[in-house]
Design a protein around this ligand. Sequence first.
Ligand SMILES: [Zn+2]
Ligand SMILES: [Zn+2]
Length: 449
Amino acid sequence: MAAKLWFLAAAASLALSSPALAAEGATAPDLSAANARLTAILDKNYPALEALYKDLHLHPELGMQEVRTAGILAQNLRKAGFMVTEKVGGTGVVAVLKNGVGPTILVRADMDALPMEEKTGLPWSSKARATYEGKDVPVMHACGHDTHVAYLIGVAQALSAMRDSWSGTIVLIGQPAEEPLKGARAMLDDGLLTRFPKPDFGFAAHVTNLPAGTVAIKAGASSSASDSYSVTFHGRGGHGSMPAATIDPIPIAARFITDVQTVISREKDPAAFGVLTIGAINAGSAPNIIPDSAEVKVNLRSQSPQVRDLLRGGTARSAKAAAMMGNAPEPTITSLGGTGVLMNDEAMASAATAALTPVFGKGLLYAPASGQPMSGSEDFSEFVDAGVPSLFFGIGGYDPAVLADLKAKGEPVPTNHSPFFAPKAEPAIRNAVTAIVLSIVAGVRPTPK
Ligand SMILES: [Zn+2]
Ligand SMILES: [Zn+2]
């Protein structure tokens, strides 16, 4: 997910609630036999999945450039017995397995890496580089999507081997470009729901810096909406000694940057979540030249449609007002991508908690719908909003010994997107496969419409 600090925030709120709370009223099927069988399948398949993860980690690819990754994924899903279609929404992969009468179930993994330099010191650290917005940049799997591609293959292998334990149709997707929050939309626009069997419900999982063995389930809203914009103020350039002959876009941009924060501090209900960040300012070149234009990049986070509308409208209003105040033409406001709040289906959250608590024990952390969602965002919400009720798991990936060591040294635990983010592959991959496959075998279903 893009900026996924939710896991940290989630850890605090999740720890407050007990799995029994969710299990109330839901009857848990006995999954011990299925779990034993799945464990044996994973024991056999895991070494190859870990090798695949290391290879992907060494060869990370940015959003919409995941050609090698998608090729490896497609090949492995075919080998597991799925019908595979490539290049869906750019570099996306769709794999279908039909297994009798039953619901159509989506399982999604994202594939992209981030434009940043790796500092983990892992023997399989990335040295890869790529072109990002016209610049040559280092690339790193700093959000764990390499483990996600591996778990999707693990899910395919397990569901294929356990066909007598479930029935219906599985639609697996390797999604491109989650980080820029564009890939889910691209796959939907390319006919994901019409060219392939339409999923009745879905699952996804994300590795986090929570302790290995943790499987986090948040009912209801589980992430924030994110919207990014480029705001370009148009002026009239000229000599720094003759400002009256120009329209200077720099003070206009400066005024906007301070004014727009009052949308948060004066217009938004103080009790409602909302964040407005100016992440970039680009204007000018030399002290004695008044530039023609100034560009400001804005990111908005919200957790309700009302606040989302307020922040989007307020940003546009403040930008236009600042331009008007500076006697400049209307600014150009361009969307740089965004996505809504990820809603986890409450019935699926309860049923999965009931089914998986005997498997993960105290590691299963449940947070009710009333709990605080994460401040980060995840474009898996696009599938939910397109009519596929879903459950998104947070999977702990940090070795408890490493966490204890960091705590003793007073050092922070690296979060997703840190250059030091290095989750342990085995618990991340195995527990994601287990949570998803056993939820499917257990017959976890969404709230009836
Ligand atoms: Zn991610
Ligand atoms: Zn991310």
